[in-house]
Ligand binder design. Sequence first.
Ligand code: UT7
Length: 321
Amino acid sequence: MAICSRIISTGSYLPKRIMTNFDMEKIVDTSDEWIFQRSGIKQRHIAAKNQSTSDMAVIAARNAMEQANISPKDIDGIIVATTTPDQTFPSVAVKVQSTIGVPVGVAFDIQAVCTGFIYALSIADNFIKAGQLKRALIIGAEKMSSILNWEDRTTCVLFGDGAGAVVLEAQENNSNSGILSTHLYADGGLRDILYTDGGVSTTGDSGHIVMHGREVFKHAVNLMAGAVNAALEENKLRVENIDWLVPHQANIRIIEATAKKLSLPMENVIVTVQDHGNTSAASIPLAFDKAIRSGRIKKGDLVLFEALGGGLTWGSALARM
Ligand code: UT7
């Protein structure tokens, strides 16, 4: 019997400290009105100085394990999508593994910036299909505040910190649920429109985010809609079959424009960007967890995830809950 993977639970974590747009007005030349109109963001959560990406990842992971009622010994793999690891090495994933007490298994980080969660989900899905994992924690965790230039108003008002997680489990392919497809893409030719101006093998430090926002915006809508259409085509589905779109939470205007391009009503789109800004790889699992816990996304629903980030990287994943 062929094996596929199914999302059995979700978890998330947002740091206690909230910075509103009014707080941002005190730091850079901006306004609540500009930030909200251009991005839909009202506030972001900022991690404490001594709070690392792995600290946030651990809380989200425990949250997801609790929801599934499983213990660390039931997990045999951990994949963390992050652009802001605690250290250059070892990975955030091995820190999570030892902190929560998962026995020896697969643990590694992946870096695809804002598309990281979809990349990680796809990798884990393929590991499970190949029989190499049975139950995996997939985590998106970011301390974006640590790579922001707090004097650059074009970027610092947009990002926030947080973590989200799902537990992915192997199951027989005959049940009408699980990950139905994943589509991943990258175009390194577009790497200069969103990047950090530093790195360990160049400047010796992480650098800060630089974004040509208008350029990224232009590509985002077309590329994400393309990834969604690829998922629909492969599964012989139409947009009307989708119960929920859970997009990367970067900008409400990008989310609305993508939904419009797909002819998908906004009632079917999960939006949380107003509450936490762009949390990169954490944004999809954060939005997903909120929608699951509030009862909006239910068992049997068809859920489509899509994201785009630095690289450029982009992709989609389709799942029956
Ligand atoms: O998650 C990874 C993917 N990232 C994204 O998807 C982000 C994609 N891009 C965007 O979301 C939007 O492009 C932004 C929200 C970043 C910017 O919105 P925009 O409508 O594209 O604005 P813009 O960059 O064209 O800037 C418009 C004006 C400029 O002034 P001038 O040149 O027209 O005089 C900026 O200098 O707004 C100015 N501006 C600001 N004003 C007040 C830029 N940042 C700010 C600010 N407050 N924080």
